[in-house]
Design a protein around this ligand. Sequence first.
Ligand SMILES: [Ca+2]
Length: 517
Amino acid sequence: MNSMNKIARSIVGILLIWIPFFLQAQQKSRPNIIYMMSDDHGYQAISAYGYGLNHTPNIDAIASEGMLFTRAFVTNSICGPSRAVMLTGKHSHINGFMDNHNTFNGDQQTLPKLLHDAGYQTALVGKWHLVSNPQGFDYWNIVPGQGEYYNPDFIENGVKKRVSGYVTNITTDFAINWLDHRDKGKPFFLVYQQKAPHRNWMPEEKYYHLFDSTEFPVPANYFDDYDTRTRAAREQEMEVATHMHYAYDLKLAFDLPTEKQTGLAANWQNIYNRLTPEEKKKWEAAYGPSNEKFYKDSLTGKALAIWKYQRYMKDYLRCVQSVDDNVGRLMDYLKVNGLDKNTIIIYTSDQGFFLGEHGWFDKRWMYEESFRTPLLIKWPGVTDKKSTTSTMVQNLDFAETILDMAGLPIPADMQGKSMVPVLKGTQKGNLHDGLYYHFYENLEHKVAKHIGVRTDRYKLIWFYENKEWELYDLIKDKNEMHNVYNDPAYQKVQADMKLKLKSLKEQYKDPEPVTVE
Ligand SMILES: [Ca+2]
């Protein structure tokens, strides 16, 4: 009996010695997660998607070491709301951040808080845009509002200061500095959110001349006349040819008297004045000669519209190039520090972006270019390298997926689904039967409010202020040029899609608009 007691005691003793080591080992084996999100980065501007506009080797590498999602979408295609959906796993009407004029209620349950409570060290750097101070992060260092490209202000854990340099590089400097000084005994969750390539597309000096000799192909529907669409498409104010500001957007040295009323002229002046005298000289040397040529040529009509498109694309893609460089810097840091094998990388944008399709810039619409968002995920040892999926997923699924990756339970009140089976290659069939969309902000760019549903093949949109419908067959009409609502050939599809829209609206508990007619 005595010897049995002795054995039992020594077993307990051994366990007591080893349990802390076991727990620590388990803690260390939990994956680190870096969530990289850029602002307004359309999938067309990532070379892995095959559009041939530019070359982004570092972002592409995430897909070559993991999975490329060809059908990832958002729930509400605009900055703040998209960020709030990612943080909460809930639609805008539930998380309370419907448009960019709201303030995020940071007291609610969020992904970073859940990870932090489970032992993750959490940090946020770069763009935030949710007005209230971030919660759930051990460290945060964000740009106020939209942020500035040159010599931007940053707010580090509540303290605002001006930082010299280019915002895309600075954001990465802060991320790397935090990684260097983190508690290395804990797994980490880093939210790395670039301001670029958001409007007004000011490139980094080293890229001023990138694409100088490139003529980008004008999209086939750049001169869209919006025939068959409802009045929402004709009433918007986001056409490259008509609504771009000469100074703020197009970097010309003058603006028209009517444009001054928009406030963008003053905005441009403030932004430009952040440049040092030396930087201003370099800027003028870069843009001056082509601006002189523009004034001399006195372009009109289609030629002027195409000139604006070329300038827009060049500046936008130059900004993307710096984003790609910095993704590379962060990936290199992980490799050098032996973190690349146990760190999940997610690259996405807060929504897609029009690069001239339908004649537009900006986002907001449920049309594919802004509704769809890039998504590339590297999960070492789990997701097959060079894999591609066309499974429809939504940013509503991101919080759930990240919790699942970390081995944590998904709260029942989150509204999306874990994409882990897709990433493991075990998903059978669709993750979602249909995707629900709601855009609320009919202000800047005058895009009418709408709700809608997208299935594998069809898309139904209800512009509820205008009381008008649009229906698209995405197999026959991938560019959404032919609204087939009320086309007798689509009567059954139309009825089915309306039922689906009503049922999703109910499922997600969206009270607005009150009626779907
Ligand atoms: Ca955005």
